[in-house]
Write a protein that binds this ligand. Structure first.
Ligand code: SF4
Length: 78
């Protein structure tokens, strides 16, 4: 899977720990950095396809990604 987009993300110059927060405040800080990121879509899709459980990817928290995956599973099953 293509990962060239990673170098173009808003997070490229941020400490990686920022995107693996331990509380809700940290999640919101990371999500704010993701806002307007030019590669938000491929980033989110990468995390979904790779089933990445931890961290903020594509502007979505772990919980949000689980919801998206669940909705996709339901849509596929329907
Ligand atoms: S969407 Fe967020 S985590 Fe993904 S590349 Fe952009 S800034 Fe980084």
């Amino acid at each position: 899977m293509d990962t060239n987009w990673m170098a173009r993300g808003n997070c490229a110059t941020q400490p990686p720990d920022t995107f693996f927060p331990s509380d809700g405040v940290g999640v919101e800080i990371a999500k704010r950095i993701c806002e307007g990121c030019p590669v938000q879509e491929p980033c989110l899709e990468y995390a979904l396809r790779q089933r990445i459980d931890h961290g903020v990817w594509g502007g979505c928290s772990e919980r949000q990604r689980r919801r998206i995956l669940r909705a996709r599973r339901l849509a596929t099953a329907a």
